[in-house]
Design a protein around this ligand. Structure first.
Ligand code: PLP
Length: 435
């Protein structure tokens, strides 16, 4: 601990000299507060000045079991004693095969083949490339476009960015790079608001008009994450699946944020009982320990891909199927599936709803909503980060607002008292920031 904060200040100054942070200007121009973390365990981040923060972000959806979980630490150590990494071209290993078997077993049938890659964005690139190669293999080379909905977010690489909401702030910067895809309105029905034909009509019309050139539909099932933090009714997903079948278009489910229990079912698709042709998972896959993601597809998709002129799927990252990440991912999934995760997420959902409810009375707040272990306060105006971020830290929590969204997706191991502290701090900080 550094009670006077001088070591923290020195680290921040060194950081400002050379380090770039996400969605930030470089160096001194970055502005805004920056907090130095010394360590993390359980649901607490320890700052170098000795302060402890209850983590409300799970390191961006990933650390579902909190930090330094003994089971995951042990899996990491055991795998390190065997091998940290080997290339995956022409070689295989137990951690990769075991993880792939587990993923096939827990995701909706008939997903059957697993491509283990290194980040969520890359798994979306892989999904898009699979879809395009599938149609090449099936003799339909004109099917090259993706159809999606507004307010979606699928990652920051060029293929993934091209299916993010065009008004989300990036498309106009990269027009030379991004493919032109098709955007239907965001699902208009809230999670608890039954989906009607009228809700689906604009999506259905766009798909009908462009089916011949559409390779796949890509969606975040039941909860639009970073772009909206808003749930939508599973019935929308059911209709999308039916429409994809009607028009012979593939369905890609991006479960990178929603996967592994976050919305109250193991996967968002499970709320609707549907199966996609291709599914992306990441984030919580390794419990936040290491960067790994996966793209799963059906045998039909795999066969189509391999029927293309290339005869193989044309992708292969250096760190594909990294054994260390795969071993931790398997331990993480075993831990999750062996826990009463469904009851836990339900408890957290109820506690988030109760704790955040007072925010609805604040004049600057547009809406308060929860879905699974996700709680959101949406403000009327963008929050002032220079005000709200230090206030949240002062109140002992780590929550990272974005635009008009002050939201939390805490680790599943967060207890009732910590959820109460977390939600009270969010309400208090929003009250301060919108005063
Ligand atoms: N897809 C969804 C739904 C996401 O929420 C994210 C990240 O926030 C991504 C893709 C990109 O994942 P990554 O940041 O690991 O590249």
């Amino acid at each position: 601990p550094d009670p006077r904060g001088s070591a923290a200040a020195r680290l921040v100054a060194r950081d400002r000299a050379v380090v770039w942070h996400p969605y930030a200007a470089a160096g001194a121009a970055a502005g805004g507060p920056l907090f130095a973390v010394a360590s993390a365990s359980g649901v607490r981040l320890r700052l170098t000045d000795g302060r402890e923060l209850i983590d409300g972000m799970s390191s961006w959806w990933a650390a579902i079991h909190g930090y330094r979980h003994p089971v995951l630490d042990a899996a990491a150590h055991a795998q390190l004693d065997t091998m940290a990494h080997v290339m995956f071209g022409g070689l295989t290993h137990e951690p990769a095969v075991r993880l792939a078997e587990t993923l096939v077993a827990i995701t909706p049938a008939p997903l059957a083949k697993v491509f283990l890659c290194d980040s969520g964005s890359v798994s979306v690139e892989v999904a898009i490339k699979m879809a395009l190669q599938y149609w090449l293999g099936r003799g339909r080379p004109r099917r090259t476009r993706l159809l999606t909905v507004r307010r979606g977010y699928h990652g920051d690489t060029s293929g993934a960015m091209a299916v993010c909401d065009p008004d989300g702030g990036m498309h106009h910067l990269f027009t030379g790079l991004l493919s032109r895809h098709l955007f239907a309105p965001a699902p208009p029905c809230g999670f608890d608001e039954p989906c009607t034909d009228a809700h689906v009509a604009p999506f259905a019309a766009l798909l009908a008009a462009h089916a011949d050139e559409t390779a796949a539909v890509i969606l975040e099932p039941v909860l639009q994450g970073t772009g909206a933090m808003r749930g939508y009714h599973p019935g929308f997903l059911t209709r999308v699946r039916e429409l994809c079948d009607e028009h012979g278009v593939l369905l890609i489910a991006d479960e990178i944020a929603t996967g592994f229990g976050r919305t109250g079912e193991l996967f968002g698709c499970d709320h609707a009982g549907i199966s996609p042709d291709i599914m992306c998972v990441g984030k919580a896959l390794t419990g936040g320990y290491l960067t790994m993601a996966a793209t799963l597809c059906t045998d039909e998709v795999a066969d189509g891909v391999c029927a293309s002129e290339a005869g193989a799927f044309m992708h292969g990252p250096t760190f594909m199927a990294n054994p260390l990440a795969a071993a931790i991912a398997s331990a993480n999934l075993e831990l999750l599936l062996g826990s009463p995760w469904r009851e836990t997420v339900r408890r957290i959902e109820a506690e988030l709803a109760a704790g955040l409810a007072p925010a609805a009375e604040l004049p600057g707040v547009a809406e308060v909503r929860t879905l699974g272990a996700v709680g959101v306060i949406e403000t009327r105006e963008p929050v002032d980060m220079a005000v709200i971020q230090p206030r949240l830290v002062e109140l002992g929590v780590w929550v990272r607002p974005f635009g008009r969204l002050v939201y939390t997706m805490p680790p599943y191991v967060t207890g009732t008292a910590d959820i109460a502290t977390l939600t009270a701090a969010m309400v208090e900080a929003v009250a301060t920031a919108s005063r």
